[in-house]
Write a protein of this length. Structure first.
Length: 196
């Protein structure tokens, strides 16, 4: 059965590629603003966005396994998405420094005749940093395309004081511990678990 990642994210693609999985990817082109108008609950919103992305691709490929995902930051009773610009990334990190926030990662796998959903909540505490250090970090990792404006897969660990999570891979964009179990339950072989 074909696996399709309903995402244009290079980070999520790299995660699946690292497992040796064969898959296609396609941008779901879901209008996130419509869902954001309907709910302000961050957990519900993240799950709904992951589902909507998977459904958009599943309609075009009903016989495939379609994996959708979304991620957002919840801090100070506000939902933070991707910063979008260098200046906004600096501001985002400035507002998060020295305190804890939640990184919410939801995924949805749609298979013929069934749909699976999961949300991972990671609590991250950032160090207290100077504006100069934050600017230097943002320029180093170019983080304006990530929720929270940090990249743990690059140098983001230097910002962190504490991370509490059930699945560290979720921080990058896909909770692979859950996803690999789903795939195995559906009879999809994970290459490193199968003798060549």
């Amino acid at each position: 059965m074909n696996l399709i990642l309903a995402s244009a994210s290079p980070y999520r693609r790299q995660q699946l590629e690292s497992l040796g999985l064969h898959f296609a990817w396609e941008d779901s082109q879901v209008d996130e603003s419509l869902l954001k108008q309907k709910t302000t609950d961050p957990y519900q919103l993240c799950a709904q966005l992951a589902l909507a992305k998977a459904q958009a691709i599943s309609k075009k490929h009903p016989d495939a396994l379609v994996l959708g995902a979304d991620q957002l930051v919840y801090a100070q009773q506000k939902i933070l998405g991707k910063a979008g610009t260098r200046a906004s990334a600096i501001d985002q990190l400035q507002s998060l420094q020295g305190q804890s926030h939640q990184l919410i990662t939801s995924c949805c796998l749609i298979a013929p005749n069934q749909s699976l959903q999961h949300t991972d909540i990671t609590t991250i505490t950032l160090k207290k940093l100077t504006r100069e250090q934050i600017v230097s970090y943002v320029d180093c990792d170019q983080t304006w395309d990530c929720a929270g404006s940090y990249k743990l897969e690059k140098n983001g660990v230097v910002l962190m004081q504490k991370i509490s999570t059930e699945d560290p891979s979720a921080i990058i964009g896909l909770p692979l511990m859950t996803i690999t179990q789903w795939l195995m339950d559906l009879g999809i072989h994970i290459p490193c678990l199968v003798k060549p």
